[in-house]
Design a binder for this molecule. Sequence first.
Ligand code: IPM
Ligand code: MN
Length: 364
Amino acid sequence: MSDRTYRIAVIPGDGTGPEVVREGLKVLEAAAQASGFKYDTAVFDWGGDRYLRTSAKGGSASGGGETLPPGGLDELRRFDAIYLGAVGHPEVPPGVLERDLLLAIRFGLDQYINLRPVKLYPGVDCPLKDKGPEDIDFVVVRENTEGLYSGMGGFQYKGTPQEVSTQVHMTTRFGAERCVRFAFDLARKRDKKQLHLVAKTNVLTYVHDTWWRAFNEVGDADYPDVRREYAHVDAACMWFVKNPEWFDVIVVENMFGDIITDLGAMIQGGMGIAAGGNINPDGVSMFEPIGGSAPKYTGQGVVCPLAAISAIQMLLEQLGEAEAAARVEAAIVKALTSGRIKSLSAGHMGLSTSEVGDLVAFYI
Ligand code: IPM
Ligand code: MN
């Protein structure tokens, strides 16, 4: 990577994914020219449409359509980063694309961190009364390969009145510890140097005890300079709304992290601006807007591309292009404070998806 030429895999995916990815790539191009790096992209047509197309033809070995094609993970391993639009299609049964495409990549490439900054930019409407950019600036480090997402579990006596179902909250000390370490390292680099563990130790007395001990033992041994705090997940939801300024870095297991980051997205201005990175610090990472495929807005050019553009910023940071990443963030802020974007809500921007992309690219 030292020659500053990067290979980027692009998976536009479903719904509004392709239209916001187009804007992200527009900004990437502007950033490359301004900062002097080079890149190649390869586009993969994975997602709902391909699944439906291939299932009509008889599909994959398992009988369904094709999600992640054979050899797909190995192909992705050859890239420096992956840029994803969205996964989720109204005509594909729920769970199929999520499990066999999105989670398959997260798990298969061992992207064990899901990094989700919650930052309110100037010029963005915040639904919280009396809270501004100085109050909302924290980062959620969500574990991304374990917990309720492990897929362990099953049915017994399915379809009978005695039906039993289980879904295992699979937790390993190894998984909790590597996630906690990543979060401590991040907290150490920030001004507040404070790390919250968010969990539910009073009810999940096994799995969250593992987290609790990993958090405290690693903190005591290696991060005495980082202040440790703890919040139960229900209380954390309350504080996100009441006192978001209390948070700096949060470390949290997978499912709770999924839930609290949607709440986080709302207090930073909505799904139109919230981005995330699926990170393997020693492998290939994947960056995405976290808002999903928004089928009802597909093809109308009305959804906000700033989340996808922020995902490009995170991608550049991961590649080590810190100057370019900072440039993208500054351009987002200029666009937001230009007075030209009326709202970040789909259909209410006052500009089209591509006009917002143009605006950010202009400010690069
Ligand atoms: C997210 C999404 C996914 C998740 C879904 C689509 C499987 O909600 O990235 O937050 O639950 O992780
Ligand atoms: Mn989610």
